[in-house]
Write a protein that binds this ligand. Structure first.
Ligand SMILES: [Zn+2]
Length: 332
């Protein structure tokens, strides 16, 4: 069974500017798959709706991913595809800071900076088609890899060192810590219940107050125990590697709609992660796409990865998932 556990704690203090006792209710929510907790604190975030981003987003004299430099500077693959892969504006090449046995980067666009409401579906689609091709070819050559991930950091608050839009992907024999939690939770749910956790979750969430919408075969919900701001989770029965273009379009379209909602909410920075089902043993698993907004790029921006998420591994959000779904749903 899927349990949605919430604990509440009410904190209070005297607020001199309003001359009254103020009460704030903190929610502690438990992720129904992993048990990972998060805190929802209904207070405004310390971010500016009009951030100063000019210095950081203007086209610099040198950027390794801008069209005039990219061919001359990016690394070349020597193991899987022998060089680089291209599709329209997307270019795939090895990551020079590899995080796994196979670690690649896809430069997404010719444009150096794209405001998040202007990302087009086909920029993501082209990148995902290239990553699928690379993964397919890598797996044919190397049967030892089991865990595939695709992720994006957009702008410095999200951890990106380069403004120019790019996506990273890895294939590894070993899961990341969170991928392991999904893997273990999904495996035990499937053996106890005989159906995938995500199939059961969609059945419960569909038409509920956390449901956001559907793009192609991907169902999107506001995550019950959010690991970041405006945390939206997509779930697809497809395994990405064998998915056809229409399925990848569904993922791309959903991400674009979420980014438009983020822009409307005055965010300019985000992360997403796509967790693939375990390679070769995918029974009982879905492809899971997590998208979160980050604190805004600004001249002196606030880093939202403070001790709670960084050292306690505790999620943090100022909005309840039910409020998040209401705001994002209008873009679906
Ligand atoms: Zn650039």
């Amino acid at each position: 069974m899927i349990e949605f556990r919430v604990e509440k704690e009410k904190s209070s203090f005297f607020n001199p500017s309003e001359n009254r006792i103020e009460e704030v209710e903190v929610e502690i929510r438990y992720d129904p798959l992993t048990g990972k907790t998060s805190r929802i604190v209904p207070k405004p975030l310390p971010i500016s709706p009009e951030p100063d981003i000019e210095d950081e987003t203007r086209k610099p004299e040198f950027c390794p991913f801008c069209p005039e430099f990219v061919d001359g500077v990016v690394a070349r693959d020597v193991r899987v595809v022998d060089g680089i892969l291209r599709r329209n504006q997307a270019i795939l090449f090895p990551n020079i800071s590899p995080y796994a046995l196979y670690s690649i980067v896809v430069r997404v666009s010719d444009d150096h900076h794209i405001p998040i409401q202007k990302f087009e579906r086909d920029r993501f689609l082209d990148a995902f088609v290239l990553i699928r091709e690379y993964f397919e070819r890598a797996i044919q050559k190397d049967r030892t890899v089991r865990f595939g991930n695709i992720g994006m950091n957009y702008l410095k608050p999200a951890g990106s060192s380069i403004t120019h839009p790019h996506i990273q992907a890895t294939l590894s024999r070993y899961p990341t810590d969170y991928h392991r939690r999904i893997y273990e939770g999904g495996r035990s749910f499937f053996s106890e219940n005989g159906e995938p956790f995500w199939k059961a979750l969609i059945e419960i969430e569909r038409d509920g107050e956390r449901y956001v919408g559907k793009t192609g075969d991907v169902e999107w919900i506001a995550s019950f125990s959010p690991r970041g701001f405006v945390h939206i989770t997509g779930m697809s029965e497809g395994d990405f590697i064998n998915s056809d273009e229409r399925e990848l379009e569904g993922i791309s379209e959903g991400i674009v709609r979420i980014l438009r909602a983020y822009a409307e909410m005055k965010f300019n920075s985000f992360n997403f992660s796509i967790f693939l089902p375990p390679i070769q043993h995918r029974e009982g698993f879905y492809t899971v796409i997590d998208v979160v907004a980050r604190s805004n790029l600004d001249k002196y921006y606030w880093n939202d990865c403070f001790f709670l998420p960084k050292l306690h591994d505790e999620g943090f959000s100022n909005l309840k998932p039910e409020e998040v779904a209401e705001k994002v749903r209008t873009w679906f």
